[in-house]
Design a protein around this ligand. Structure first.
Ligand code: RIB
Ligand code: CA
Length: 329
C-alpha cells in the first residue's frame, strides 16, 4: 500500500498553478487535504474561481479556502514597487490583452464553491490537529503560509516539509534580481525560510531547466483527455503570450508550479539540489525580494541548515510524468 504524503497546496491560480493542481490530483503519492488560495497572479477572488474551475474540470471536490488578498506589509511603503517596470504577465498589444495568467481561465464558470473558513484558519486548525505530519506545497506568494506561522508558530511541529515554487539564484523574472512569488511578499518568504521547517526551494533555475515547448503542448493535447487538452492549451498560450510581450522566445516556457508538484511527488526527477543558507532581501531596493544563497567557501551548510535549493530537474522525466498522469481518464 502506497504511503501517501498528506499535502496542502497553496495557489494563486494562474496558468501554471492550474497545471500543478491537475498534476497533484493525478499523483497517487499525494493525498490533498485542501487547497488554500492566495492573491498573486490575479486578485484572490479570481484565483479562487480559477481554482474551482480546475477542480470542476477534474471532477474532484477538494476543499478550497480563500486566503489573503494582499501581502503582509509590502504595500505599506508606497515606493517599494518602484523597481517594477511592468507586471510581466499581461500587455495590451494592438488593442488585444495578451496575458500569461487570464483573469478567468478558459473553463466554464465554477459550480463548486469555496469553504467558509479563511485559508489561514484552515492551515492553523488542520496543522494543529494533524495526526500525521503534513507537507505544504505553496506555489504563489507565501502570504497565507507566513500569516499562519505568525498566528500559531507551534504548527511548524506538524509540517513535514515545505516544497515551494519561488526564488532564483543569479536570475529573476519580475525584476532583474527577484522571482515573482518572493518579490510579491518578501517578508512572508523570509518568515517561511527562517522558520526552521525543512524547505525545498524550487526556483527559476530548476523550473527553466525543464521548459516545455510548443511541440510538448501538442503532445499534451493529443493525450485525448480534458486535463491533457487544457494543459496543452495553457502551455501554448503562455509561450505565445510571452513572445508577444517580448519577454519569451516563442518556442518554450517554464511551467513553474507543475515542476514544484512533480518534485514533491517524485523527487527522483531532481538532478541538482544543494543544502544552502538562504536569506531574502526585504529592504525595498533594487534587490527587493531576492533570494540570497550563501555559496562562500567556509560557509558550507551543515545538517542544521533547513533550506535546500533545487537547481536542475530532468526535463524528460518531468514531461513523461506529466503526460502519463494527465493521460489517465
Ligand atoms: O515566478 C513564477 C511564479 O509566479 C509561479 O508560481 C507563477 O504562477 C507566479 O505565481
Ligand atoms: Ca503560482
Amino acid at each position: 500500500m502506497l504511503n501517501r504524503k498528506k499535502v496542502i497546496l497553496d495557489v494563486d491560480t494562474g496558468s501554471d498553478d492550474a497545471v500543478a493542481i491537475m498534476l497533484a490530483i493525478r499523483s497517487e503519492e499525494l493525498e490533498i487535504l485542501g487547497i488554500t488560495v492566495t492573491w498573486g497572479n490575479r486578485p484572490v477572488d479570481n484565483c479562487v474561481e480559477n481554482t474551482l474551475r480546475v477542480l470542476d474540470l477534474m471532477g474532484r471536490d477538494i476543499p478550497v479556502y480563500k486566503g489573503c488578498p494582499q501581502p503582509m506589509v509590502r504595500y505599506l511603503t508606497r515606493q517599494r514597487n518602484a523597481a517594477l517596470d511592468k507586471d510581466g504577465i499581461s500587455a495590451n498589444i494592438g488593442g488585444q490583452e495578451v496575458t500569461v495568467h487570464p483573469a478567468y481561465l478558459d473553463l466554464p464558470p465554477a459550480v463548486l464553491r469555496a469553504q467558509e473558513s479563511h485559508a489561514c484558519t484552515f492551515l492553523v486548525e488542520t496543522l494543529r490537529n494533524a495526526k500525521e505530519k503534513v507537507t505544504l506545497i505553496p506555489v504563489g506568494p507565501l502570504t497565507n503560509i507566513g500569516m499562519a506561522l505568525r498566528m500559531a508558530p507551534e504548527i511548524k511541529e506538524n509540517i513535514e516539509e515545505i516544497v515551494l515554487m519561488g526564488g532564483a539564484v543569479g536570475m529573476g523574472n519580475i525584476t532583474a534580481s527577484a522571482e515573482a512569488n518572493f518579490y510579491h511578499d518578501p517578508e512572508a518568504a523570509k518568515i517561511v525560510l527562517d522558520s526552521g521547517i525543512p524547505c525545498r526551494v524550487i526556483g527559476l533555475n530548476a523550473t527553466h531547466s525543464a521548459e516545455l515547448t510548443l511541440e510538448d503542448a501538442e503532445t499534451l493535447k493529443s493525450l485525448g483527455t480534458p486535463a491533457g487538452q487544457f494543459a496543452g492549451e495553457l502551455v501554448e498560450s503562455r509561450i505565445r503570450a510571452l513572445k508577444a510581450m517580448g519577454t519569451g522566445n516563442g518556442v518554450s516556457d517554464a511551467i513553474h508550479d507543475a515542476v514544484a508538484v512533480a518534485c514533491a511527488a517524485c523527487p527522483e526527477i531532481i538532478l541538482d539540489m544543494k543544502r544552502q543558507r538562504c536569506d531574502i532581501d526585504i529592504n525595498g531596493g533594487a534587490a527587493d525580494g531576492q533570494l540570497i544563497a550563501d555559496t562562500r567557501i567556509g560557509y558550507e551548510a551543515d545538517e542544521t541548515v533547513t533550506t535546500q535549493i533545487v537547481y536542475k530537474v530532468d526535463k524528460k522525466q518531468f514531461f513523461d510524468l506529466l503526460c502519463r498522469r494527465l493521460s489517465e481518464k
